[in-house]
Design a protein around this ligand. Structure first.
Ligand code: HEC
Length: 113
């Protein structure tokens, strides 16, 4: 009986966590698609997700699910740390996106295969 109870608790916690992640992905996608926020769609096409923008200055985003979260975070926070010639703006460093917003965008990017 105790084991059963524990298993039920574990399942409940896992379900809550995955729902929270789904919300975060939705929020991140919205930031990605919104001109006044991330405006990422201005420069990026996304593999497998319809992006309504020109999306040509930056590369088409694909295989990002394989990137470590920290690498994605750093790319958005300040792309110059990994690419000094990057034409992508430093969304974290210049204060356009907050820490929380960048984390949401990262959750969305992790869904891109
Ligand atoms: C002004 C155009 C521009 C905007 C806006 C822009 N990017 Fe970029 N992005 C680029 C360019 C150019 C590169 C390629 C150079 C580099 O890797 O830094 C790039 C590279 C990337 C990469 C690495 C892709 C790869 O396969 O190496 C990711 C991830 C990324 N951008 C995410 C984003 C996100 C998320 C946003 C919105 C918060 C965004 N970008 C907004 C221009 C842009």
């Amino acid at each position: 009986m105790k084991k059963f109870f524990l298993a039920a608790v574990v399942v409940a916690v896992a379900a809550t966590a995955s729902m929270a992640n789904e919300d975060l992905v939705k929020k991140g996608r919205k930031i990605f698609m919104t001109k006044k926020l991330g405006n990422c769609l201005a420069c990026h096409d996304v593999n497998g997700d319809k992006v309504d923008g020109p999306g040509s200055l930056g590369p088409k985003l694909q295989f990002l699910s394989a990137w470590p979260e920290q690498a994605l975070y750093d790319k958005i926070y300040d792309p110059y740390t990994t690419n000094p010639l990057s034409a992508m703006p430093p969304f974290g460093k210049n204060g356009v996106l907050s820490d929380e917003e960048i984390k949401a965008v990262v959750a969305y990017l992790k869904t891109i295969n």
